[in-house]
Design a protein around this ligand. Structure first.
Ligand code: FES
Ligand code: FES
Length: 187
């Protein structure tokens, strides 16, 4: 039997009817149409479904929707609420940290959480941080470069007193990343 829950997603309270067994990733994609969160496995290993829950990167296929009622959920769509890319999104764009883009939303959410606790990481620390996110295309080199670049930008913004969720500069107003768009069939 379905029950009504209120999910705080990307700063908006959304009321949805869910089965107690409904996974958060399915509710995000199928009920809230937030298809930037991808499904890449059925074993909780790929990380494509990663979102932020109360600021922490969590694989949304490991959570029941009813478990996260009242918590703050941020999906890849929530990183650019006004259309201006988050510095992490911008860095993936500029440093070619993606090819097919399937892993990218989850990779970005993991990286955003990671830089929150380690704003000046080494490459080894970056590689360790994303070990739960699989990429089939890039070989990871440009992903690491993108995260390192985002860290530099975010540190500079922080030093200048700018909010990191609203990147400064005229070059940040762009069309969405390919990875933030609907995943399409078969995902
Ligand atoms: S879909 Fe959640 S870890 Fe793969
Ligand atoms: S860019 Fe294709 S899976 Fe990572």
């Amino acid at each position: 039997m379905k029950r009504s829950v209120i999910l705080n997603v990307n700063r908006i309270a959304r009321t949805v009817e869910v089965e107690p067994r409904s996974l958060l990733v399915h509710v995000l994609r199928d009920d809230l149409n937030l298809t930037g969160t991808h499904i890449g496995c059925d074993t909780s290993q790929c990380g494509a479904c990663t979102v932020l829950i109360d600021g922490q990167a969590v694989k949304s296929c490991t959570q029941l929707a009813v478990q996260v009622e009242g918590m703050d959920i941020t999906t890849i769509e929530g990183l650019a609420p006004s259309g201006a890319l988050h510095p992490m999104q911008n860095a993936f764009w500029e440093k070619h940290g993606l090819q097919c883009g399937f892993c990218t939303p989850g990779m970005i959410m993991t990286a955003v959480d990671f830089l929150g606790s380690n704003p000046d990481p080494t490459d080894d620390e970056i590689r360790h941080a994303i070990e739960g996110n699989y990429c089939r295309c890039t070989g990871y080199q440009n992903i690491v470069l993108a995260i390192r670049t985002a860290a530099e930008v975010m540190r500079a913004q922080s030093a200048a007193g700018q909010p990191t969720s609203e990147p400064a500069g005229e070059s940040t107003q762009r069309s969405p990343l390919p990875a933030a768009e609907p995943a399409g069939a078969g995902v």
